[in-house]
Design a protein around this ligand. Structure first.
Ligand code: ADP
Length: 257
């Protein structure tokens, strides 16, 4: 009987190994496909702003600008919008390059005034039409030791998502900062489309996007949360999400004091 049990165990072990290898290969293939899609999408999207900028610039040069200040201002605003789009695309490409090489700017800690840092991040979004961000700061120690650039990027990415994934009649987004004896806690709460439980374990993976409902109309490359996660790992922090489809999402970050 023993040889039979032994060979059964061997077969089980070998099939287990093959299964794990198979999963790794599939995952690699999927990542490769997603990366190729990303490159072809982003290349395509770069074309439009460049074409618009070329056309508006040619027009400005042709009619000289000075004769019609209103028209000039309209063209310049158009150029400004397209330059913002280009900036966003370049930021995404840079985020991908950093993720590929697992590198980020040097991790230098500084003493920063937490309310000032939070206010300056929130200010980037407050000017956007229909966007309301409620900020609540409940901390006793306002000077904190942290990596300010990384913390700003983390909060910006989460606020950007909270706004992006909340449909047109934008409901307010809340950013709350609290502290425990050992942690600073940042809570970003929205009342948007939410994330189905089945997708939650994967949203921090590179390129992962939830394919549900009206989400396809929202631009993105599935890199933001993966960047946030890698920055937090470097800072020794954690992130978790609580969400239900259609009920909004709450992202909680904890940073050791
Ligand atoms: P992107 O937003 O560019 O697609 P992210 O990495 O920031 O990439 O997010 C990954 C995915 O997680 C998104 O595509 C979206 O499906 C989901 N997600 C992230 N934040 C939210 C949120 N606040 N509400 C609903 N879904 C979200």
């Amino acid at each position: 009987l023993w040889p039979l049990v032994l060979s059964f165990c061997m077969v089980l072990l070998i099939s287990g190994c093959i299964w794990v290898l198979w999963r790794i290969i599939i995952r690699q293939k999927k990542l490769e496909t997603m990366k190729n899609d990303f490159i072809s999408n982003i290349t395509h999207e770069l074309k439009t702003p460049v074409a618009i900028l070329t056309a508006t610039n040619e027009a400005l040069l042709t009619f000289g600008g000075s004769k019609d200040p209103e028209k000039t201002a309209r063209y310049l605003r158009l150029e400004q919008d397209e330059l913002h789009k280009l900036q966003g695309l370049v930021d995404n490409i840079m985020a991908l390059t950093r993720l590929e090489h697992e590198e980020d700017p040097p991790a230098t800690e500084e003493t920063v005034d937490l309310p000032t840092l939070v206010k300056s991040v929130v200010a980037r979004f407050s000017g956007l039409p229909g966007v309301t961000i409620h900020t609540q700061l409940h901390v006793t120690q306002e000077d904190i030791r942290t990596q300010p650039a990384a913390l700003s990027t983390i909060l910006s990415n989460l606020l950007d998502n909270a706004i992006k994934y909340t449909p047109a009649d934008i409901k307010p987004v809340t950013l709350t900062v609290t502290e425990t004896p050992h942690y600073y806690r940042f809570i970003i709460e929205d009342q948007g489309i939410g994330i189905n439980k089945a997708h939650q374990p994967y949203i921090f993976d590179k390129f992962y996007r939830v394919s549900q409902g009206n989400l396809h109309t929202v631009k993105g490359y599935g890199l933001g949360l993966s960047h946030v996660k890698s920055l937090l790992t470097r800072m020794g922090g954690t992130i978790r999400v609580e969400s239900q489809s259609g009920q909004g999402s709450t992202f909680t970050i904890e940073l050791a004091k």
